[in-house]
Ligand binder design. Structure first.
Ligand SMILES: *Cc1c(COP(=O)(O)O)cnc(C)c1O
Length: 475
């Protein structure tokens, strides 16, 4: 399997060549040069394998189709070490819960940080450690977070050989629970830096440091952002696992609804569907930041400025542009890299938008690729959290509530609907209290984490100071 860029660079690259990289050199995103096809015989074999040997075995089968530069035995061991009941809370790893007939929640949020990003990040941690060890290299991961991504990255990289994490967060602006999750880590390779500023200041520092190419090279600075192909690939597995749990035979189809921000999660669903998984519809659920819903309704993709980007009660979906969306548009336009380059490299850079409404390809988004979409607001979230609790006795988080709301609007008779549960309610307790008048349950392992000793340094919003800290830590 070789990888190419969405903007036309077809230099063949292997999985491990792109594993530690972000964007392709031409500014595009990496995709496999084809999607391996899963025929009915293979699907039946995987159903049985999943039932008998579980999630890790299924993950190995799927990953091996895309990774041919790690020996099979090593890849198998990495999958087995990653997807355990111990790390993900249950032997099923991603158990389904049937709320009513034909309507399911797929639990992706029982990992170490209680959000679906653990599903991919835990694998990434093990792949990074393996590949860096093979090359005899080290990596300093520099990131900015307002919550979920940073904690998932830290819990994935803690204690890993050859890896240090420098995670910037806006001082005093994360929820108490999120701060406690990150700052209570005592691992020596994890460095929490609380920046006196807002999230954008943190992101600007990451950009400034990454743009200092000499520094970046000298200190092997890397990232773990959502455009990393390995993260997306890891997520493909739970679409298959969800399908096998919701159906009895491979003649059945299901639909998925995915609470979406950067389009990483649902893009993995697109890949699963392209491989032949019988998915009827992929329903994109957004919050008030409805860049994606607008595209699927109108054909116009319009990135938002800071003033138009809302702070909502499903904050992990608060995006101004959807960084993985380019991957889908590449497929939608028949893999025409030059056109993608014109849209994402030129139109977006110049006017912040492009319009496919007059293009036959736009209808394909729905008719051929199965995409539908919808939007949910704060009032919808509150009503949905209340209703699911009253009718089913189940507490859902704010992001999952956006999914449930939009899923209901897109159900079809005879097609099971699976909503991806992307976080547990305890992470967003304030809104749960607003909706239900009571605190969400807290998994036992998080009891009292707010009182644990903290490992964090507060710093001014100054890229130079962050560089000095990285240099001093490495020397
Ligand atoms: C990151 C995140 C999302 C959005 O996922 P994308 O891959 O960016 O679309 C949704 N819900 C939660 C809880 C998240 O952490």
């Amino acid at each position: 399997m070789n990888y190419l860029s969405t903007r036309g660079d077809t230099t063949p690259r292997k999985f491990c060549d792109i594993l530690l990289e972000g964007l392709a050199p031409d500014g595009g995103l990496y995709l496999p040069d084809h999607y391996p096809q899963v025929d009915t015989a293979k699907l039946a074999a995987w159903r049985e394998l999943h039932a008998k040997h579980g999630y890790a075995a299924l993950a190995f089968e799927i990953l091996s189709l895309y990774i041919d530069d790690i020996p099979a035995a090593d890849l198998k061991a990495i999958c087995a070490k990653t997807y355990t009941a111990e790390v993900f809370g249950t032997p099923a790893v991603v158990p389904l819960k049937e709320l009513r007939e034909g309507f399911f929640l797929e639990a992706l949020s029982n990992g170490p940080t209680l959000a679906f990003k653990d599903m991919a990040m835990q694998l990434l941690g093990n792949l990074f450690e393996y590949e860096l060890g093979r090359r005899g290299q080290e990596l300093n991961i520099l990131g900015a977070t307002s919550g979920d991504t940073g904690s998932a990255a830290e819990y994935a990289m803690r204690g890993k050989k050859g890896i240090r994490v420098f995670m910037l967060s806006p001082h005093g602006r994360m929820s108490a629970f999120q701060q406690a999750q990150m700052f209570s880590l005592q691992d020596e390779n994890i460095h929490n830096i609380a920046i006196e500023g807002v999230f954008d200041d943190c992101q600007d520092i990451v950009k400034a440091v990454s743009n200092d190419l000499a520094f970046k090279r000298q200190y092997s600075i890397g990232t773990v952002n959502s455009i990393n192909w390995a993260r997306l690939l890891a997520q493909v597995v739970y679409y298959f696992a969800g399908y096998f749990q919701a159906t009895k035979s491979d003649a059945e189809k299901v639909s998925f609804t995915v609470p979406s921000g950067n389009f990483g999660n649902v893009c993995a669903g697109h890949v699963a569907r392209m491989m032949g998984l019988p998915i009827q519809h992929l329903v994109v659920a957004t919050n008030e930041n409805d860049v994606l819903d607008e595209f699927f309704r109108t054909g116009v993709y319009r990135v938002r400025g800071a003033a138009d980007t809302h702070e909502t009660s499903s904050p992990s979906m608060d995006i101004s542009k959807a960084s993985n969306f380019e991957r889908f548009v590449f497929d939608l336009l028949g893999r025409d890299g030059l056109r993608v380059k014109a849209l994402f490299g030129e139109s977006l850079a110049k006017v912040g938008a492009f319009d496919l409404s007059g293009d036959a390809a736009f209808r394909d988004a729905r008719d051929r690729y199965g995409f539908l979409s919808g939007k949910s607001t704060h009032a919808d979230r509150l009503a949905t959290i209340r209703q699911v609790f009253e009718e089913h006795g189940t507490m859902i988080d704010t992001h999952t509530a956006d999914g449930v709301k939009v899923a209901r609007e897109n159900e079809e008779a005879g097609v099971p609907m699976i909503v991806l549960e992307t976080a547990l309610p305890i992470k967003f307790a304030e809104t749960i209290v607003e909706a239900l008048g009571r605190e969400p349950e807290r998994p036992g392992k998080f009891d009292g984490i707010e009182a644990l000793p903290r490992r964090v340094q507060v710093m001014a919003a100054d890229a130079g100071a962050v560089q000095r800290l990285i240099a001093a830590t490495c020397n």
